[in-house]
Design a protein around this ligand. Structure first.
Ligand code: AMP
Length: 280
């Protein structure tokens, strides 16, 4: 694997590849890599001539300084995992490389997505995600890039970014990778205390509880029971929402498809998860 720290060096290499019409599959990450990230890398490898992973803890998408400071950073270990996975290229820039004159103030038009669920709880978060994605996609110009449905709303936001900015790269989304007890893999899981780690799978169990009943139970009753259950288990629930999977507007009882989305705290760690269901 070749490691690049600057756009200048990366772009020189990519220009040679594109001259030879090789396809690039890009996987943007913030590092502390787990099997969920590596599944994206594997797909990028399978579908393209060259796989490129980025590791960049993007300050623009953190709405809390403490969360940014505490975000796990383990580049040496990540490099080893990417080597083992057979990733071809790694781009691991410093903040100044991405934002040489500071984070631009420009706002992206994300419609309602910017003000609901993650957008509402983490003001500015999706603007920060779009800022870094716009920089990456416009400079790297990969034919394909890969993101996880673990961050369901983020996938919708980036899809919208592609449309509004006329970006030609194709977004491919992959299902959430889970630990054997059902907990969605996340770089933040390693910050859970031992006790909280034992409780954490209850989040996915609750999503499954709802999904198993949603086609024959009114939404409000289910949400009330499930929220109460999570609180009794020790979670501080930020939101638990049943939504249309395309707009994230409220799901109406009887509609064919939906997605259950949850964000909840265990201690100071904020976990998110989601589950798509089909009642047709
Ligand atoms: P992050 O490093 O958290 O920014 O995540 C980088 C990419 O990996 C994003 O597209 C995430 O949605 C994806 N990802 C994170 N966790 C998982 C998971 N458990 N399963 C699948 N994809 C994931």
């Amino acid at each position: 694997m070749i490691l690049y720290k600057t756009f200048h060096d990366l772009e020189q290499f990519l220009a040679r590849l594109k001259g030879r019409a090789k396809s690039i599959g890009f996987v943007p990450t913030m590092g502390a890599l787990h099997d969920g990230h590596l599944a994206l890398v594997e797909k990028a490898k399978t579908d393209n001539d060259v796989s490129l992973c980025s590791i960049f803890v993007n300050p623009a998408q953190f709405n809390q300084t403490r969360d940014l400071q505490k975000y796990p950073r383990q580049l040496a270990q990540d490099i080893q995992r990417l080597e083992e996975a057979g990733c071809d290229l790694l781009f691991a820039p410093e903040v100044e490389e991405i934002y040489p004159t500071g984070v631009p103030a420009r706002q992206f038009d994300l419609g309602k997505l910017d003000h609901m669920l993650e957008g509402k709880s983490r003001p500015g978060h999706f603007q920060g995600v779009c800022r870094v994605m716009e920089v990456f996609l416009s400079r790297i110009r990969p034919q394909n890039f890969y993101m996880g449905l673990k961050d369901f709303q983020q996938c919708l936001v980036v899809k919208r970014l592609l449309e509004t900015e006329n970006i030609e790269s194709a977004l491919h989304t992959l299902p959430t990778k889970r630990e054997t007890d059902g907990l969605a893999m996340s770089s933040r899981n390693m910050r859970l205390t031992k006790e909280d780690r034992l409780m954490a799978p209850e989040l996915y169990k609750t999503l499954r509880f709802i999904a198993e009943r949603i086609c024959r139970t009114p939404v409000d009753d289910l949400l009330q029971n499930a929220t109460q259950h999570l609180r009794q288990t020790g979670f501080v629930v930020d939101y638990l929402h049943i939504a249309n999977p395309f707009t994230l507007e409220n799901y109406n009882y009887g509609e064919a498809q939906g997605v259950i989305l949850v964000a909840a705290y265990l201690g100071e760690i904020r976990l998110i998860d989601n589950l798509v269901f089909d009642c047709s």
